[in-house]
Design a protein around this ligand. Sequence first.
Ligand SMILES: [Zn+2]
Length: 53
Amino acid sequence: MPYEPPVECPLCQETLELDQTLEMHLVGSHTQREVARYLASHHERVQPRSVSD
Ligand SMILES: [Zn+2]
């Protein structure tokens, strides 16, 4: 019986219900703009600037 760890929303750090998926939470609790802004800022942060090549 696999243990499923609780999913935490990366936007609001809210722990989701066991029967709720992150997708459902994002659609229901956050606007497209909020999700897009998070993804954009996260993408910019994690993408290193390659200066050696
Ligand atoms: Zn959230």
